[in-house]
Structure formats: C-alpha cells, structure tokens
Write a protein that binds this ligand. Structure first.
Ligand SMILES: O=C(O)CCC(=O)C(=O)O
Ligand SMILES: [Mn+2]
Length: 205
C-alpha cells in the first residue's frame, strides 16, 4: 500500500477554470528519455491515416499508433483503430504512469510529430469510448512542443500555452474535455521529432 500523501504529490495544478489539469516534470523512467525516444521511434508500427475532417479526406499531419488490451476499439475522425498488443517498454511506461497518477489505463495512443511541420488540430478527447469524464495522461519524449488549450465558449479566457518537454506528464481529468479543446500547431522554429503518448481507458469491446 502506498502512502496516501504520495498520490499526485508531484503534480502541480494548472489553474484554469472549468478544467482539472496538472503537470509533472521529469517522470522517472527505467532508461534515459533519449533512449526511450529512439526505441519508440524504431519499434512502433507507425501509420499515417487518411482522415475525414468537415467532409474532406486528407492525410494526418503526423504518424500514429494504438497499443492496448485486446478487444478494444477506438473510433475517431472517421477511422477505426484496434490496439496492437502491449510491448514490454510500453507496459513498463504504463506501470510508471499509473503509479504516479493513481489511475489505470488500458490503451495508449502514440503520436509522432516528425518535425515542426507536423501538428494536431484543436479537438477534445470526447469520443464515446472514453466515457463521460475521461482521465488522460499524456507523456512526451523528444522535442519540446507547445500544447495549446482553448476554452470552448468563453472567449475572455486566454489561450493557454504549455510547453511539454521530454519527461513531462500532463494529466487531464474531470470536465476538462467538456469545456476545452487542445492541439499542437505547426511552428516556424525548426525542431526534431517528438513522440507523445496519451494513456487512456477505452470502454468499448
Ligand atoms: O501531442 C500532444 O501533446 C497532444 C496529443 C493529443 O491531444 C491526442 O493524442 O489526443
Ligand atoms: Mn487530445
């Protein structure tokens, strides 16, 4: 049994309305962040999906993969993904993420932003497979990119710009997905590859 006071201890809340978001820097990993970045880059079965956005087909501006428990399914932007089985490395990372967030997850979605031209449009993680108030733990390796958060209906609340460095965990819970969208813009400043892992619980299957 872990000490009650150790739960969430190193997470710092980000003080924004209508959200439950917190951040942890420098999560402990079994090997260095650069080594994990290389392994994930080389070992992941990356895919570049065609997605339908506002009725138009186009290639996603990043590579993606889904790993997780068997029998689950994740549908978004008109595509349906079935998780590949956990690798030893992903299972070990999941264990550490579960340990520091005190949550459990059955899938991880990976995004590879190859350089500054790759991006992710504003969206909420609100697919029905994720349930009503999903807990999502996002972990970054490689280049630092800025995670943007925009309130959905209150224009007076400023855009949040959260730089996510290697080893940073961003935890979103509660009503966050109801009130906020998030995304990663392209940038003019050149940068190397970044891999982001979002641990989730898929209810389907
Ligand atoms: O790359 C990131 O930090 C965000 C990823 C994300 O929002 C997602 O996979 O749904
Ligand atoms: Mn997201």
């Amino acid at each position: 049994m872990r000490d009650l006071f150790s739960l969430d201890r190193q997470f710092t809340p980000i003080d924004i309305p209508d959200a439950d978001v917190s951040i942890l820097h420098e999560i402990e990993m079994p090997i260095g962040y650069d080594a994990i970045m290389r392994k994930l880059n080389d070992q992941t079965k990356w895919r570049q999906e065609n997605v339908r956005v506002y009725g138009k087909e186009h290639k996603q501006p990043r590579l993606v993969a889904l790993y997780g428990d068997p029998g689950k399914q994740y549908d978004y932007s008109g595509i349906s993904m079935h998780p590949l089985p956990w690798t030893d490395l992903l299972r070990e990372i999941k264990r550490r993420i579960e340990d520091c967030t005190d949550a459990t997850f059955n899938a991880v979605f990976l995004n590879l932003y190859r350089d500054q031209n790759d991006s992710m449009g504003f969206h909420s993680d609100d697919e029905k497979e994720l349930g009503k108030n999903p807990v999502i733990a996002s972990l970054t390796f490689g280049a630092t990119r800025t995670f943007l958060m925009k309130h959905k209906n209150n224009k007076e609340i400023p855009l949040q710009k959260i730089p996510l460095e290697a080893g940073t965990v961003l935890l979103m819970k509660g009503k966050t997905q109801h009130f906020w969208k998030h995304g990663i813009n392209k940038q003019t400043q050149p940068c190397g590859p970044r891999i982001n892992l979002t641990f989730r619980t898929l209810l389907s299957g």
